[in-house]
Write a protein that binds this ligand. Structure first.
Ligand code: ATP
Ligand code: MG
Length: 619
């Protein structure tokens, strides 16, 4: 390809809003241009690398027997109503109407579409397991798109889905996907590590995220210094730093010598810090109680106190609903207790409640349920809403908590003796310095950016969407399902994050838009003949060549070559060609100095080098 022929509008400066290297460099190299917030067009050079990432993903999916299909990007709203996500997905889901008034969504993911496609074809266990994938456009109406294609509104995802007769078969495909993902990222030249996206305390893993370490990463990860444990903070567990009582009676016994709860005046004292200072005690002595509002709660609340106020409904609604999705509560409130020095993990809470959303309740709701201003909630005598206690609270037998009255707290509060929560669960945030749930070692934190996610979905979609097959005994059964996604654009941007310097990108060979750039100092005479000849020899062996035929100063050409990050550079000048043994200059992008290589050797040497690098990454 001749440089003068391609549309590659390089820039000296990146736009002001480009805060990270990949965003800046994708702009400056003319890989992408912005159409609107979160919407980017790929120009020729950018598209070449994007397609290479796609190709790697495709090859690895094919290698594990997943089969590519191409559904549409627009999906019937009906399918989303069947699964329940039409109602639970919130603002991120872009809903559109066609001219006949029919509901559609612009796919943010495709569990529904894939499940609907197999639902009508699946009849026998002999068709399972089945794994299908697509590499296709997704749209998410992200609140805050940022960092260029790292978090766009429209992006390309490789998403795969699988269906199985049993968990063992699902586990096999899940493991294969994990291996394929590791290979995809390795082939892209990325250092990726996987973290559990489930608590990991139960043994085995049903969800794994593939992360690159990144200061701009949205994910906080907890890693063990001693064993391989690594988990997203959203789900990370830890070994308790307290003695968990074996039973409610054991908890009561702990409080034997503790005086009964005593109401104390705490005038104008609201925060835990103020209380600590006022009462001269440690934050660990407080039973912090927060009021949460949860939306679309699928956990059975029939035994929970105070549920009369919440509207109970069947989800999803609509005539097309075929399956047995559980009942859900449109809205419900909870008091969540945790030891005063710890924080509530809202992701864990949402997952326990099977809720689509949880957030701290509005002040008016707190006052409505606790009968006191914000800051005086406590589990004692709280009957208006269910109380959920973190496991840390079960070890508290002489605690302090809000007394459901302004400026008042209770002292000498004992779990099990003075209050029994409706539910005890792990809802705490784990942090640096806590103990690994597997080996007890010290946990430390890292920031990460998620590139891929593999997930054992269970029966959520197959049951709600009424998928079934006949097993060996002719019995009707629901298949179990998995889903597996990689963000192609985010992967591409992450490659640039990991491989660049102050001059530009340093592409790994497998994803470089071109393997070799040839720079004739002046594209004329014997230099032109040599340049054309090297280019065509290389192209004949499958090497992708960019020949800089522009009438530009050498300095400009060198800068553009460095900026674009083409792995090998060949410079051809008069003087070296005129030698008895004509020579050209070769420099690899990640090296500082060039070498002279005989003209008649250069194509051979570069071909070997390019294929060698590709093989090395592909191994
Ligand atoms: P995030 O937490 O970053 O929003 P997610 O967990 O919602 O991502 P998944 O639903 O697991 O994402 O989608 C699979 C993959 O799609 C992600 O691992 C990521 O690589 C990619 N992805 C998700 N959202 C975006 C986005 N807005 N822009 C680019 N890629 C994205
Ligand atoms: Mg994810």
């Amino acid at each position: 390809m001749r440089y003068s022929q391609i549309f590659v509008p390089t820039l000296r400066e990146a736009p002001g809003d480009a805060a990270i290297a990949s965003h800046q460099l994708m702009f400056r190299t003319g890989m992408i241009r912005r159409l609107a917030n979160g919407l980017f067009a790929y120009l020729p050079v950018g598209l070449r690398s994007l397609r290479k990432v796609e190709r790697i993903a495709r090859e690895e999916m094919d290698a594990i027997g997943s089969q590519e299909i191409k559904p549409t990007v627009m999906a019937p709203g009906e399918l989303w109503k069947e699964s329940g996500r039409w109602e639970t997905m919130g603002e991120g889901l872009l809903r559109v109407k066609n001219r006949l008034g029919g509901d559609f969504v612009v796919s943010p993911t495709a569990e529904e579409v894939f499940t609907a496609l197999i639902r009508d074809e699946l009849s026998s266990y002999r068709q399972l397991p089945l794994s299908l994938y697509q590499i296709n456009t997704k749209y998410r109406d992200e609140i805050r798109p940022r960092y260029g294609v790292m978090r766009g509104r429209e992006f390309i995802m490789k998403d795969a889905y699988s269906w199985h007769c049993d968990e063992a078969s699902l586990d096999k495909t899940y493991q294969d996907m994990g291996k394929a993902y590791r290979r995809i990222f390795k082939r892209c030249g990325l250092s990726v590590f996987s973290v559990r996206a489930d608590s990991g305390t139960m043994g085995g893993s049903g969800s794994e995220e593939f992360m690159v370490e990144s200061v701009i990463g949205d994910n906080t990860l907890l890693l063990c210094k001693d064993c391989g444990y690594a988990a997203n903070v959203e789900k990370a567990g830890c070994k308790p730093d307290y003695q968990v009582p074996a039973s409610l009676n054991a908890a009561k016994a702990l409080a034997d010598s503790v005086p009964p709860p005593e109401r104390i005046d705490t005038p104008a004292v609201k925060t835990i810090e103020e209380l600590c200072a006022f009462l001269k005690v440690d934050a660990r002595s407080f039973i912090k109680t927060l009021i949460y509002r949860a939306v679309n709660v699928e956990l059975d609340l029939s035994t929970a106190p105070g549920m009369v106020k919440s509207e109970k409904r069947r989800a999803p609604s609509g005539e097309t609903h075929r399956g047995g999705a559980p009942e859900s509560y449109a809205e419900a409130f909870f008091a969540v207790c945790v030891r005063g020095d710890l924080d509530v993990n809202e992701v864990k809470l949402a997952s326990i409640l099977k809720a689509s959303e949880v957030a701290l309740a509005a002040d008016t709701d707190v006052e409505r349920f606790t009968g006191a201003p914000v800051g005086f909630a406590g589990p004692l005598g709280l009957t208006t809403i269910p109380v959920i206690a973190d496991e840390s609270v079960t070890a508290m037998h002489d605690g302090i908590c809000g007394a459901l009255a302004k400026d008042q707290h209770y002292a000498h509060v004992a779990y099990g003796r003075d209050f029994s929560p409706w539910l005890v669960a792990d809802v705490r945030v784990v942090k640096s310095g806590d103990c690994c749930p597997l080996c007890g070692g010290e946990l430390y934190e890292k920031k990460g950016n998620e590139l891929g996610h593999i997930f054992k979905l269970g029966y959520k979609y197959t049951a709600s969407m009424g998928v079934s097959y006949l097993d060996e005994n002719g019995k009707n059964r629901v298949p179990i399902m998995g889903s597996y996604g990689i963000g192609i654009d985010r992967t591409l941007a992450s490659i640039i994050e990991e491989h660049h310097d102050e001059r530009g990108i340093i592409w790994p060979m497998t994803v470089a838009p071109y393997h070799v750039i040839i720079i004739p100092i002046k594209y004329e005479g014997s230099v032109k003949i040599a340049a054309d000849q090297i280019a065509s020899t290389l192209e004949n062996t499958g090497i992708e060549v960019l020949l800089d035929d522009r009438n530009e100063r050498p300095g400009v050409k060198f800068n553009d070559a460095d900026l674009l990050g083409i792995p090998c550079r060949v410079v051809i000048g008069d003087k070296n060609l005129a030698l008895d043994n004509p020579q050209v200059e070769v420099k690899h992008r990640n090296e500082n100095d060039s070498r002279l290589v005989p003209l008649n050797m250069v194509a051979h040497e570069l071909t070997a080098f390019v294929y060698g690098k590709i093989t090395q990454l592909n191994l």
